[in-house]
Design a protein around this ligand. Structure first.
Ligand code: SF4
Length: 308
């Protein structure tokens, strides 16, 4: 733990120096939105409303980008969407990443993919060869599946009947792959909205019992990426919601437990919760994370800067 804390402090000093000097950081982490198409119609995301006339970027464009010298220091590559596995050429794109990696981003340690976990056959069909290839190169494949609640409420939030059952099917297949490929790191991503704010403890229990890491973050309302400004009213947290989300640090926290909360309690008390304000992220134990505990960034602004 001391080593990780020292590393975090070192990183912080390094970035502060870069900021003061005006020099650019090395690109070590990159997230690519490879499609805006999706089969879900989630309450907190309207990314699927981007009209079909706006095409996804061609495979050739991604191939060119993957050969960019800017990627030389890349350690983490993240593929997201929309639903990434909806691309008909997802296999070719993954193959292009595998082919480009040794020469163009040799320091890669993690390939992460976010999925809603509904396209079971496609997901398992792509993950099996991919994880085997990455294992030989010492790279983790981190798969995060969207989970908004345990059971039927998940279907309701995703606006996709049967989503929970399909997700269970996908997870069952992924657990089998994980048995022989320890570089497959499985987890769940939850977006907190008023509808599921009381589901965090069951979600955490579900994750714990299946050895899944969790990433839990409040919804972001933005006319840009998620195009959900029209839903602002239904996504607004009440004071009671916020109290439900933020537990007393002296009690057991909703997801991570007393120890993690204790670490971050001073930051929280320095910036007390305001109705309408939003904790910007709330991530919990992740095997690939540099620190095996939660990160809680408490910010009191009503509108996060990226929404301006
Ligand atoms: S949150 Fe994910 S699964 Fe839901 S509509 Fe948006 S991209 Fe699709």
């Amino acid at each position: 733990m001391a080593r990780y804390i020292a590393k975090l402090i070192g990183n912080g000093i390094h970035h502060r120096r870069l900021r003061l000097s005006g020099k650019a950081c090395r690109l070590e982490s990159l997230s690519l939105e490879i499609t805006h198409r999706c089969i879900c119609r989630c309450s907190m995301c309207n990314i699927w409303q981007i009209p079909p006339e706006v095409p996804d970027l061609d495979l050739s464009v991604w191939q060119e980008l993957l050969c960019s010298p800017e990627l030389h220091h890349l350690r983490e590559l993240d593929l997201t969407g929309g639903e990434p596995f909806l691309r008909h050429d997802a296999g070719k794109l993954l193959q292009a990443i595998c082919e480009a990696q040794p020469a163009h981003f040799p320091r890669l340690r993690t390939l992460a993919i976010t999925t809603n976990g509904i396209l079971t056959d496609r997901i398992l069909g792509h993950v099996r060869p991919l994880v085997a290839h990455l294992q030989k190169r010492g790279i983790d494949l981190v798969l995060s599946c969207g989970v908004d609640a345990v059971g039927n409420l998940h279907d309701r939030i995703r606006n996709y009947p049967g989503a929970w059952d399909k997700l269970q099917e996908t997870f069952a297949g992924l657990y089998r792959i994980r048995e022989s490929h320890p570089n497959l790191i499985l987890g769940i991503k939850t977006t907190i909205i008023p509808l599921n704010i009381r589901e965090l403890i069951p979600i955490a229990a579900y994750a714990r019992s299946n050895n899944l890491f969790t990433i839990i973050s409040p919804r972001i309302v933005t006319p840009n990426r998620f195009r959900n400004s029209n839903n602002e009213e239904s996504l607004r947290f009440t004071t009671e919601d916020l109290q439900e989300m933020i537990h007393d640090p002296s009690s057991r926290g909703p997801v991570t437990g007393r120890r993690s909360w204790a670490i971050f309690a001073p930051a929280r008390s320095a910036s007390p919760a305001q109705p309408g304000s939003t904790p910007s992220s709330f991530d919990t134990t992740a095997r690939f994370s540099p620190v095996r505990s939660c990160r809680l960034h408490w910010e009191t602004f009503r509108t996060p800067p990226w929404e301006n």
